[in-house]
Ligand binder design. Structure first.
Ligand SMILES: [Zn+2]
Length: 350
């Protein structure tokens, strides 16, 4: 049912049998609707946690290359899932992580589509040369609004609210040093420490008002910025960013800026790079699924291109690692990529 609704919202992007680039979305970024109090945000079109689990189990049953594993439980006892594609332990490995922040769900919608995509002929041969780990919806309690604090002032409709924080009000993307919370522990103990991971993309959403050159961004990216990251880890992070930048910017609707993020090791992008020498990329897409600040939530007319932006990102990174082309990509764009600013003054935080 939910797949159907999402498929409808993507109808402008699809042809029978697969995704194509979407010239009809040109301008969607600059003109993409904000919430503004006029357009309702229906969280009911998003997968619930239970629907996500059902979806993962269905794909697991269908796909011989996929393995589904429970890596731990949230504060409220929800199983946290890892979808694994490991054809050869010696292959380079990439981890895609979504929804450390529960109110940033379109990245998870994109990841679910990508998982489906991995079971089709379009990815034939690719999986022989790259291992893929996907942790969708790390913060399932926040995503379901099942938290020990009030969300009454959040703006979305649709039967549930989604919040950034875990059930006890903690920002999981600041817990990557102390690792106090069960969601962070599951990720570190049973994924980051357990596999030899070369690359990670940490997928987020930010507010709606970020811009470069006077035009709203579809998202902004950043490599690890902690000074203890090894130079070679940083260089590979920049290459990963270049692969994503090139893939998104070739779409009519893509407009990518440089994110202005912190250097603290407590942030996943930095912590994974410092602690495990993983080359990381933060991708902050435009607009959250719900928030108590109206300017942070994005109307759902933009859902299609944001989900497609996630799929494009995951697909491009996977292919570039599998065929080795990531090694030769030009990273000089980072020197001229404009750092995003916020219109009007406001705060963005990964
Ligand atoms: Zn976030």
């Amino acid at each position: 049912m939910k797949n159907k609704v999402i498929a409808l919202s993507l109808s402008g992007l699809m042809v029978v049998g697969g995704f194509v680039s979407a010239p009809n979305y040109v301008g969607a970024v600059g003109e993409g609707p904000n919430y503004g109090g006029n357009e309702s945000i229906q969280t009911s079109i998003l997968h619930t946690y239970n629907e996500l689990v059902e979806n993962l189990k269905t794909q697991d049953a269908k796909q011989k290359d996929m393995e589904l594993e429970v890596i731990g439980q949230t504060v409220k006892g929800r199983d946290i899932y890892l979808a694994k594609y490991i054809s050869n332990p010696n292959n380079p490995t990439i981890l895609f992580l979504t929804q450390q922040h529960g109110n940033e769900q379109l990245t998870t919608e994109g990841a679910l589509e990508f998982i489906k995509h991995l079971g089709t002929n379009k990815m034939k041969g690719v999986l022989d040369h790259v291992n893929i780990l996907i942790v969708p919806m790390l913060n399932a309690d926040g995503a379901m609004g099942d938290v020990n604090f009030s969300l009454d002032d959040y703006v979305a409709d649709g039967g549930r609210h989604l919040t950034r924080y875990n059930a006890v009000g903690v920002d999981l993307n600041r817990d990557h040093v102390a690792k106090i919370h069960p969601e962070t522990q599951a990720l570190h103990n049973n994924v980051l420490q357990k596999y030899k991971i070369n690359y990670m993309i940490d997928l987020h959403h930010q507010g709606t008002q970020s811009e470069i050159d006077g035009k709203y961004v579809s998202g902004s990216i950043l490599y690890p910025t902690n000074r203890n990251v090894k130079p070679e880890v940083l260089e590979r992070s920049k290459k990963l960013g270049a692969v994503v930048f090139n893939a998104i910017n070739s779409k009519g609707w893509g407009n990518i800026g440089k994110y202005n993020g912190g250097s603290e090791e407590t942030i996943g992008r930095n912590g994974a790079a410092v602690q495990y020498d993983i080359s990381t990329l933060l991708f902050e897409m435009r607009g959250m699924s719900d928030h108590n600040y109206e300017s942070y939530a994005l109307g759902q007319k933009s859902n299609g291109y944001l989900i497609q932006q996630t799929i494009t990102t995951l697909d491009a990174a996977t292919r570039a690692i599998a065929d080795g082309s990531i090694e030769n990509v030009d990273t000089s764009f980072w020197n001229t990529l404009p750092t995003q600013t916020t219109r009007p003054s406001g705060e963005e935080t990964e």
